[in-house]
Design a protein around this ligand. Structure first.
Ligand SMILES: C[S@@+](CC[C@H](N)C(=O)[O-])C[C@H]1O[C@@H](n2cnc3c(N)ncnc32)[C@H](O)[C@@H]1O
Length: 201
């Protein structure tokens, strides 16, 4: 049990996560996210992004440096990892109880986080994402999904610190229950993945 705890601390470390995401196809994933991020600014020079479970906040550079960027993550080890040039407001916190005001965000990003959330936290995180999103704001959701027929993917999920990978339909149903879906992209990296842009229902 102790060994499991130590192994979890290692595989969930922000720097190990960077290596892991590189193996899982970070650059291809970024190529998908970048145009969506660009569109989400609507050409505005000022705005606010809230990156739920932001980790190292690797996507910070996709939004203008003039935008406010919050990264909310329960793992305080991310506070020691600051490789970004643009400013980041890092907050140690939980997706289920975001320490932010209602309607604060032009963009809420949840990238590669849902597979870390148990059923209750996942549901609460969507309530919270909806609460902090401005009326005209965009919710951007991105994650790998559980796919029974892909053994390589199944094997990588076993090594992941996130214990709750879900099937695409399960994730999409949950998103649809709180938001209006604008666009869904599906693509295969090591994991089948979905990139969903949504707005208030
Ligand atoms: C795979 S990493 C993704 C980090 C970042 N979003 C990215 O794409 O690089 C998953 C992150 O989810 C965070 N996380 C786990 N449980 C969480 C929770 N209850 N609320 C918010 N973040 C959580 C972890 O600490 C970790 O930083």
């Amino acid at each position: 049990m102790r060994l499991q705890g130590v192994a979890f601390r290692v595989v969930s470390h922000p720097r190990v996560n960077r290596l892991q995401t590189a193996i899982l196809g970070r650059h291809k994933l970024e190529a998908r996210l970048r145009p969506v991020a660009e569109r989400s600014t609507n050409g505005e020079t000022l705005g606010t992004v809230v990156d739920i479970g932001g980790g190292t906040a690797r996507s910070r550079a996709m939004w203008p440096a003039s935008w406010t960027y919050y990264s909310i993550d329960p793992d305080d080890r991310v506070l020691a990892v600051d490789e970004q040039e643009a400013p980041i407001e890092r907050i140690v916190g939980d997706a289920a109880r975001l320490p932010l005001h209602d309607a604060i965000a032009d963009v809420v990003l949840m990238q590669c986080v849902s597979h870390h959330l148990d059923a209750e936290t996942w549901q609460r995180s969507l309530v919270e994402a909806e609460r902090i999103l401005k009326p005209e704001g965009s919710f951007i959701f991105l994650d790998g999904v559980w796919s029974k027929r892909r053994w390589v993917s199944r094997w990588f999920w076993r090594l992941d610190a996130g214990r709750f990978p879900r099937e695409s339909a399960v994730l999409e149903d949950a998103l649809r229950s709180r938001f209006s879906i604008v666009e869904t992209e599906r693509f295969a990296l090591v994991h089948d993945s979905i990139l969903v842009t949504a707005r208030h229902a």
